[in-house]
Design a binder for this molecule. Sequence first.
Ligand code: HEC
Length: 461
Amino acid sequence: MSRPLFLSLLVCASVACQGGTVPIVPEKVVGHCVYKNRFSELEECRDYVGEWTEKAATEDCEDQDAQVVLGSACGLSERLGYCFLEEGKERWARISFPGTDAQKCGSMKRGCELFGGGVFDPAPVCGGKEEQGGGGGGGGLATFLQPVRTCKAPLAGEPPGLSEGGQVCTWEMISGATEPGRSFDQYASCDRVRTQRPYYPVPPAPDSTREDARMNDAAYASEVKWVRSQIESTACVCCHSTRSPRGPSNWFVESPGNFINSFHPRGLAMGAGWIDTVGFGAYRPEDNNGFSRASPERPHDSIFVTTDAARIARFFEAELAHRGYSREDFRDNPYGAGPLDTQRFFRPEACDKGEGVSAEGTLVWRGGPARYLYVLETEAATPTVPPNLDLPEGTRWRLDVPEGGAPFESGTVRYGTVPGGLAQRFPLVGAPPALVSGRAYYLYVLEDIIRPVTRCVFTAP
Ligand code: HEC
């Protein structure tokens, strides 16, 4: 199953030498293989990602003169990057290059792309997307840091805060907001926010700095100013500003001329609430300094976190009209939250290969170590992001790895017993209700938020 070298060189001669885009691969990992690369003589580990049979994975690993480990991923905490090799329909070998020496990045990339015919996805040490802590698993993403509410004295010259003792309290979360009129990034940590969604720079919409005569209209200009001041108070500025460490993601508040021109029409449609953005998660205004956004209770609200949902929607609707768009133009993609929506609407099927609760009462899953584990009623919605979509009705039990903790392995947890080093998130106190023998439950295990390794329905023994 491994790709013969001569073929790689042919592929390279035609297209792949430029290095393609990193593929979006399924979360399913059939197993992994630790072996010595015959050319570099260095140790490597490869994950069998996607539609591999156990037999095919076993044979591929034997081709590398090594023994496959089924049911878990490499999970290396120190790596220079991944090399993705497409090994057939819907299946990939994802090779981890171990190490921390940034001087090796170039040779790893060349090895992957030139000799392997693959696509290199650098880890942060080689200039890839930022990553926190020991991460392990998937595509160079940071470990998701859960929101915390941070309170500070007001900055010099600013009025007293609205919280106890005149403090200003702010949720450090993408959907969080500080008090109106203040800047989010002066009251909360954007570093935490930038673990909660991939951050990378993206250019603004074309011709975004054009002269915009509407800015001479005082009423219009003051409305733009209001929209900007609302955004300044929210976590959006962590990535949508020139203050973002590697530059803004697409639209940004400082964009010259009229910053609204840095948006693509789809972004405007999310602002108008024409595209449903409930999947991104929201606080209730009473918990968020009066700011809210689209939520299951108010699905047609804006993606923007605002103190006046109707006013911000009106503004973005007018922008769309100005650019010649109507609601009809967005009928074909009604939901905006991408992978968060895919997860939210996911319905599980029956577990197989021993996943579920064993006769001894331990939880068994495949796909590698976990940071979150849920047992839910079968009809419960699939959990996604905090603050309002990660504890759906019908959750019976939820375990989390606390911040800075290490992921836990299949077979190490008994239903209802919280092992040392882990935290029970639900129920708040006491043991969860016992499982009823013969009844079905939904097991949902994640290597991190939005990165499930197992989602299936098992029958209690
Ligand atoms: C951690 C970084 C980060 C934060 C925080 C963040 N975004 Fe973004 N956002 C991005 C990135 C990256 C993109 C570009 C995605 C792409 O084009 O691949 C983006 C794109 C967008 C778009 C354009 C979508 C489109 O299809 O045109 C909108 C609208 C948007 N963000 C709204 C928001 C709002 C509102 C907030 C705050 C509530 C926010 N973002 C917070 C990273 C972030």
